[in-house]
Design a protein around this ligand. Structure first.
Ligand code: FA5
Ligand code: MG
Length: 442
C-alpha cells in the first residue's frame, strides 16, 4: 500500500491544542507549523488588516449577529456529513484536510457551524474563523486562512416574501450608482437548479437577495477605490456545493487574473431540517412552545455565503502575497490602521528568490500527493517558501515506477536568505522525503 506520512509530531502521544489534550492515531497529520497558528486568531487581533476587514463587513450588516469564537476543532461529521457531503468526497481525505485523529479535525470551512448557528434560532448572522486546508503553495493559497460565513433566513410566507421583494428593489436602486462592472448570470438554470422542496418564485427572490447583498458589500468595500482607477471587474459564476442549490462563486479581476473571493448559494433544506431538530429539542427542554418554534424554523428558506478574507484583503490593500498576513514585521503591520480600508500596501524591497528542484522515484506506482509534498515543505521551511510547482511527472514504461519533479521557490518576505541557509532547508526536505515517503532521489 501507499506510505502514509507520519509527521514528526504525530504518533508520539497526545497533542495539546488550546489547552486540551487529544489522542493521536493513524489519521494524525498536523505538524508543528500548523499547530503554532491555531492560537493566533488574526481576525480578532486589533489593527490587523484581517480584523479591520472583519469589522468593516460586520458594520455593513449591522442587524446581523456577529460571531467569532467557535473552536476550530470539529468532528468530520460537523465539517462534512451534516452538510450533505457524500461519503466519498475528496475533501475528507487526509491528503486534503488536517486531522488531529480519526474523530477530530481542523474545520476546512466556516460552513461547519451552519447547523449549530441556525439551530440556535439565529436567522441573520456572520461568523468569522480561521480554517485549515492542505493545499498547493503559491501567493494566494495558505494552509491556514480566514473565512466569514454569512446567512439570512426568511419565512416562506406571502408577507415575508413581499418584504423580501421590497428589500431587493431597494438594494437594486443602491447598486444603480455602482462604479463596478458586474457580470451576472441567471439566478436559476438547468445546471444550477432550484431545490425540489422550494417554490421557484421564492428561491428566485432569495438567490436575487443573496447576489444583491453581496454586490452591495463589494460596492462598499471597493467602490471608493474604483472611482479614480480602472473600474473593478467582478463576475458571478455557477458553482457546486453539497449544501446549497443554486450555488455561485464570485471572482474579481486582480493582477491580470480572476481571483475567487467567495462561494455561496441557497441553503439546502436538509441543513435547516437538521438545525430545526436541534432547535426544537432545545426549546422542548426549555419547555417553551415546542410546536410553534418547530414550524417556525422548518418553514424557512435562506441563503449563505463564505468569504475568503485574505483574498478580499489582498485586493483591497494590494497585498501581493498571502504569507504577509502572518508577518510580525513592523514594516508590514505599521502600514494598517484600525478601521481603515484605504491603505495601499507598499512592498518593502523584494528579496532575491532561490529555486531548488527535487526529482524522485515514488515508492509505489501512485505518486506522492502534491498536498503531502507541499505540507512537508511548509513544515520544513515555513514562510520562507514562496511557491511550489510540479514541473515534471511520468511513469516509466518498463518498471511502471512513477517519477515526480518539484521546483521549490525559497524567498523570505523580510530579508535576504543565504545560500547555506537554503541548502540546509533543501537538505531537510530531501531527507524527510526519503524517510517519510520512501522515495528514491534521482
Ligand atoms: C467554501 O469553503 C464554502 N464553505 C463556501 C460556501 C459557504 C458556499 C456557504 C455556500 C454557502 P470554497 O472552498 O470555494 O467554499 O472557499 C471559499 C473561499 O475561501 C474561496 O472563494 C477563497 O476566497 C477562499 N479560499 C479557499 N482556499 C483558500 C486558501 N488555500 N487560501 C486562502 N483562501 C482560500
Ligand atoms: Mg471555491
Amino acid at each position: 500500500g501507499a506510505y502514509r506520512r507520519l509527521s514528526s509530531s504525530a504518533n508520539t502521544g497526545p497533542l495539546e491544542i488550546l489547552g486540551a489534550h487529544h489522542p493521536t492515531d493513524s489519521f494524525t497529520n498536523v505538524g508543528p507549523s500548523i499547530l503554532s497558528k491555531i492560537p493566533l486568531r488574526l481576525h480578532t487581533q486589533p489593527g490587523h488588516p484581517l480584523s479591520t476587514l472583519r469589522s468593516i463587513i460586520e458594520s455593513h450588516f449591522p442587524t446581523y449577529s456577529h460571531l467569532s469564537s467557535f473552536s476550530p476543532l470539529v468532528t468530520p461529521f460537523k465539517n462534512f456529513d451534516e452538510l450533505s457531503f457524500p461519503k466519498d468526497h475528496p475533501g475528507r481525505s487526509p491528503t486534503d484536510s488536517y486531522y488531529i485523529n480519526k474523530n477530530l479535525m481542523l474545520r476546512t470551512h466556516t460552513s461547519a457551524h451552519e447547523v449549530d448557528v441556525f439551530g440556535r434560532g439565529e436567522d441573520k448572522w456572520l461568523l468569522t474563523a480561521d480554517v485549515y486546508r492542505r493545499d498547493e503553495i503559491d501567493a494566494s493559497h495558505y494552509p491556514v486562512f480566514h473565512q466569514m460565513e454569512g446567512a439570512r433566513l426568511f419565512s416562506a410566507d406571502k408577507a415575508s416574501m413581499k418584504e423580501l421583494e421590497e428589500d431587493n428593489e431597494y438594494l437594486e436602486r443602491v447598486l444603480e450608482k455602482s462604479n463596478i462592472i458586474i457580470e451576472d448570470i441567471p439566478h436559476i438554470s438547468p445546471s444550477n437548479p432550484v431545490q425540489e422542496t422550494h417554490d421557484p418564485v421564492h428561491a428566485e427572490l432569495v438567490a436575487k437577495n443573496l447576489k444583491l447583498s453581496l454586490n452591495s458589500l463589494i460596492l462598499r468595500l471597493f467602490g471608493g477605490a474604483a472611482s479614480n482607477a480602472e473600474p473593478l471587474r467582478v463576475r458571478w459564476i455557477e458553482a457546486y456545493f453539497p449544501f446549497t442549490s443554486p450555488s455561485f462563486e464570485v471572482e474579481v479581476f486582480f493582477r491580470g487574473k480572476w481571483l475567487e473571493i467567495l462561494g455561496c448559494g441557497v441553503v439546502i433544506q436538509s441543513t435547516l431540517d437538521t438545525a430545526s431538530m436541534f432547535y426544537s429539542c432545545s426549546s422542548f427542554f426549555l419547555s417553551t412552545g415546542f410546536y410553534t418554534l418547530y414550524i417556525d424554523v422548518k418553514n424557512k428558506i435562506g441563503w449563505a455565503f463564505g468569504l475568503g478574507l485574505e483574498r478580499i484583503a489582498m485586493i483591497l490593500y494590494s497585498i501581493p502575497d498571502i504569507r504577509l498576513f502572518w508577518s510580525t514585521d513592523e514594516r508590514f503591520l505599521s502600514q494598517f490602521k484600525p478601521g481603515d480600508i484605504t491603505t495601499t500596501f507598499k512592498a518593502y524591497s523584494k528579496f532575491p528568490s532561490c529555486f531548488k528542484d527535487v526529482s524522485f522515484w515514488n515508492a509505489v506506482a501512485a505518486p506522492l500527493h502534491e498536498n503531502d509534498f507541499c505540507d512537508l515543505v511548509r513544515d520544513v521551511a515555513g514562510d520562507l517558501v514562496e511557491d511550489v510547482k510540479m514541473i515534471d511527472s511520468f511513469v516509466h514504461p518498463k518498471t511502471n515506477r512513477s517519477s515526480t519533479c518539484y521546483r521549490i521557490n525559497y524567498r523570505s518576505m523580510d530579508r535576504s536568505l543565504s545560500n547555506e541557509e537554503v541548502n540546509e532547508l533543501q537538505k531537510v526536505v530531501v531527507a524527510r522525503l526519503i524517510d517519510e515517503f520512501r522515495v528514491e532521489i534521482r
